[in-house]
Design a protein around this ligand. Structure first.
Ligand SMILES: [Zn+2]
Length: 217
């Protein structure tokens, strides 16, 4: 009996040690609004809205999560004087938060834009780290379940996105839609639609950390 309860505590301790932490990254913020829609809506606020909803949902599921920012305003180090220096310091701070978690999984939320109004739909980009493409597949599948949601094929992200390049953990960057497309924009400006995106990303994360279904029952 004693051995059994000891084993249970040990298993509980091990599962606690290896519990993943979802880093929820609302792209841009502070001095950097990111992409801007024709009506003046900046992506930073939409990103933050999706991420705050996602963080709340993670709490409901009992999943560990940490936001890289929880407001539109950002604190910058006093020695960062230029916009570039402030942005670099902010990106470094986010990378350090990711690195500080033993078992991090990064979900970075952004909005897309293009030179003409044609391109539309969400897209999930993933880094080279093992597990990233599997997480992207989960996100692709759940985003595709949202009514009327177009989802473009997932792809490996280029090396020029600092946070994705530096994240040594499974990491996806979700472009929720195109601010340059009128239909995408009106959906993204709808609070209910942003909740649905957060639900899809939460479901994707839960599926991902559960791993492939045990087919042996
Ligand atoms: Zn962005």
């Amino acid at each position: 009996m004693k051995i059994k309860s000891g084993l249970v505590s040990l298993l509980a301790a091990v599962s606690l040690l290896s519990k993943p932490c979802c880093i929820i990254d609302a792209g841009h913020g502070g001095d950097d609004g990111g992409a801007v829609a024709p009506d003046g809506t900046a992506e930073s606020g939409l990103n933050l809205s999706v991420c705050l909803k996602l963080d709340a949902l993670m709490g409901l599921y009992g999943a560990d999560a940490a936001l890289t920012r929880s407001s539109e305003a950002l604190d910058y180090p006093p020695d960062a004087q230029t916009i570039k220096a402030r942005k670099n310091a902010d990106q470094k701070r986010r990378a350090e938060l990711i690195a500080s978690k033993e078992n991090a999984v990064l979900i970075s939320v952004h909005q897309n834009t293009y030179g003409d109004a044609g391109p539309a739909g969400a897209q999930v980009l993933y880094n080279k780290y093992p597990g990233s493409s599997e997480l992207a597949s989960c996100a692709y599948r759940y985003l595709g379940m949202l009514e009327g949601q177009k989802v473009r094929a997932s792809a490996e992200i280029s090396d020029n996105i600092f946070l994705m390049r530096n994240a040594e953990c499974p990491a996806i960057l979700v472009e929720c839609g195109f601010l340059s497309n009128a239909e995408d924009l009106s959906r993204l400006e709808n609070d209910e639609h942003r909740t649905k995106i957060a639900v899809a990303l939460c479901a994707a994360y839960i599926d991902y950390i559960k791993g492939p279904e045990d087919t042996n029952g």
